[in-house]
Design a protein around this ligand. Structure first.
Ligand code: TXA
Ligand code: MG
Length: 327
């Protein structure tokens, strides 16, 4: 059930979480499906609701650096990032502390744990009231498009979550950057709104990142994720018969079979992530546009090329995974 976030409904959500129930809540990146990270039965409900494989670990969300420090060992780099960028859309992978209290199934029994402090007033109030770490994957069925509104959550998990706190559309629109600080070389495991350009000067070292697809030596090695039911066709330079169109930037010269040009298409089959070519705006709108075009009954969704720079790295990472054929 969707309820608008108010002091009363946030308190209700905190009580549900403390009682071992699931609650979906907004963050600045995407909506999360939360459970008390210290309660095994509660965490199991996340895996069951999402249909998520049990070997895929979860991010612990906390309200303060002190809470994060009870879970993991911080090094100098982690301190700098935590002090500068938290609350914010970056998750740190750090060595787990002994007796951290998390249920082993929350972390898939791994020696390293991911933690983040979300920059969203509703998430923050909720975490402060729960007073425990809350694991929260994106609030969608495993493999599907991530939710950036409460309605997106209701559509995929509505019958499985007792409470969905509504707090408007997520402003970042893509999942947090995941930075691995367990090795000497810092490495991005998942690109997001906070990129290498921001991280390198901050910690004074090189940050490594290998885009998805580049290490893949055989098709199928990149797993399907963030996926629409309708197939995606990336780097499209024209629109074929029966296709919908996910545009980015200038579409003046994009031809569309049957109608002439892309701008003459049925508006229900056309979304432009950012007519001005702004990557932040494109990230914010990406998942909502995919949700909408997926319901247009198109044969495929043609996607215009998006530059492989800055936030474009994160957007293209999601699109490449979403384009992996069903199989
Ligand atoms: O923005 C976000 O991070 C959102 C919001 C709700 O906070 N959450 C999110 O969670 O995207 P999820 O579960 O959809 O993605 C978490 C990713 C998964 O790819 C998981 O494999 C990886 O983080 N991960 C979590 N813990 C890990 C660990 N201990 N070692 C390696 N990877 C880990
Ligand atoms: Mg997810």
């Amino acid at each position: 059930m969707i309820k608008q976030a108010t002091p009363a409904t946030i308190a209700e959500a905190a009580a549900l979480l403390r009682a071992g129930e699931l609650v979906a809540f907004p963050t600045e990146t995407v909506y999360g499906l939360g459970a008390d990270a210290t309660n095994r039965a509660a965490v199991e409900k996340i895996y069951a609701a999402k249909g998520r494989p049990g070997h895929n670990p979860l991010i612990a969300h906390v309200a303060s650096v002190e809470q994060a420090e009870a879970l993991v060992h911080f090094d100098a780099r982690a301190w700098t990032i935590a002090e500068t960028l938290w609350p914010g859309p970056i998750t740190l992978l750090l060595p787990a502390k002994q007796n951290n209290g998390l249920s082993p199934i929350a972390t898939a029994g791994l020696p390293n744990i991911t933690v983040r402090i979300p920059a969203h007033p509703i998430a923050m109030q909720l975490l402060q009231m729960v007073e425990k770490p809350v694991v929260a994957p994106s609030a969608n069925l495993s493999g599907g498009i991530s939710p950036t509104t409460a309605n997106h959550v209701a559509r995929s998990l509505g019958d499985k979550v007792p409470l969905i706190l509504a707090g408007g559309a997520s402003t970042v629109g893509l999942e947090s950057t995941i930075l691995d600080l367990t090795q000497q070389q810092a490495a991005i495991l998942r690109p997001g709104a906070i990129g290498i350009d921001e991280l390198e000067p901050l910690i004074g070292e090189v940050v490594y990142y290998t885009p998805s697809g580049e290490t893949v030596t055989a098709p199928g090695q990149l797993s399907r994720h963030y996926a629409t039911e309708t197939p995606l066709r990336l780097n499209a330079v024209d629109i074929k018969e029966g296709e919908a169109f996910l545009a980015f930037g200038n579409t003046a010269f994009i031809g569309a079979a049957g109608v002439g040009f892309a701008h003459d298409m049925d508006p229900g089959r056309f979304r432009n992530l950012s007519p001005e070519g702004d990557l932040h705006q494109a990230a914010t709108h990406l998942y909502a546009a995919l949700h909408e075009l997926d319901q247009a009954g198109a044969k495929a969704i043609a996607v215009q090329r998006i530059p492989e720079t800055g936030l474009g790295l994160a957007i293209n990472d999601r699109l490449r995974r979403a384009a992996v054929p069903k199989g």
